[in-house]
Design a protein around this ligand. Sequence first.
Ligand SMILES: Nc1ncnc2c1ncn2[C@@H]1O[C@H](COP(=O)(O)OP(=O)(O)O)[C@@H](O)[C@H]1O
Ligand SMILES: [Mg+2]
Length: 395
Amino acid sequence: MKIMPVSMPKDIDKYFFNRKKDINMINTQLSTVKFDIPPQLLITGYRGVGKTFLLRKVLNDQNTDILTAFIDISEIMGRQKGNLTEEKILKVILSSIDETISQNKNSYNNWISKITSYIKKLELKNYDFSDNTSVLDIPIPVISDNYDKLSKFVMELPQKIVDSSDEINGFIIVIDEFQLLKNLEKPDAFFWLMRSYAQKQFNVGYVFTGSVSKTSDIINMINGQEGAFGGRLIQINIEPFTSDETKRYIDEKSNNLKFTEEGFKRFYACTRGIPLYINSLSSVLPNNMVCDEKIIKETLQLNIDQIAMMWIYIWGRLSQGEKDFIIYLLENDGASRSTLDNELSYSKSSITRFIDSLSNQGIIEFSFDKKFVLADKMLKLWLKIKFETTGFYPL
Ligand SMILES: Nc1ncnc2c1ncn2[C@@H]1O[C@H](COP(=O)(O)OP(=O)(O)O)[C@@H](O)[C@H]1O
Ligand SMILES: [Mg+2]
């Protein structure tokens, strides 16, 4: 039986569909890492559109002379207790670099001895071996009074590794859900720090990616005129599948799903070509009959919680104000800033906060007719169906 996964499968290639153009575009950028031109990318796109999947594949497919590390900030946020700090991020970057180089058995010992002597040179004297985040053989320093040195150490490490090995020509580091770095006390300082090191490491490429709206302030903070990377990050937006791509994808990878013409139109209108929704809706549709509009509508109604599952989680973490804001946009089909200021019973500064936070999470976007609108059709549908069936919006 063929499966269309709704979470990251182990065997990416088995489930991965197409994206040839995006892969080419990204690889063209990344390939400069060998030639002393450090690639720096910012990859945006709706939640569920396939950014993580795509980048995992791109990293997997790099030649062996390129080392790669994948850092998911949402995982760090999920695991940690207390506030997100720069130290935590740096430690995770460090352990993921370590994980990468430890796979290269031939060079590992050599690297470790170089790294250790580098630590000594930096005078990172206070090693903390007891900490469970200390990684394999790299002694992690205690950082409380050592932040500058620790950041220097971690941020310069990838280039050091490239320099110390003839077989390695580059290091590519992906920072996924980077918008969550906004939870740091001084996010812009951290971006500036990364930028200042990234600039001087000619064989290290950085890829920032996240489900942020293109108009969010975090993009400005990292790549705007005044932002840390000042427009130097090459911005690539990953688009949903087109209707044709969706059709081909279903033909190739689904478990024999069949649609009437109207049925497929409905299917595409509901999923909007977002692979996450294509996969989750496909997994609940019957595969022993031809799906028409009615079947799709009913299946969606009945299974909305399963299909919109990630929204249940995200919704639960929003503040009441943010929920009220979203519901207002839902019921009014979007609203301009001045309407929001007049109609919502929140202060202007609260409304500004809602807008920042919701656009950084890719939940709202600023439309061409200068209104704030909900960015995700499935979120709308979920709220609507919940309201219709229970009489109130999810709490
Ligand atoms: N190119 C693709 N081919 C097949 N399935 C995909 C593809 N891109 C994404 N998916 C599916 O959609 C899900 C969500 O993708 P993901 O990369 O996590 O989205 P994002 O990171 O943009 O939020 C994945 O778990 C996978 O099942
Ligand atoms: Mg992702």
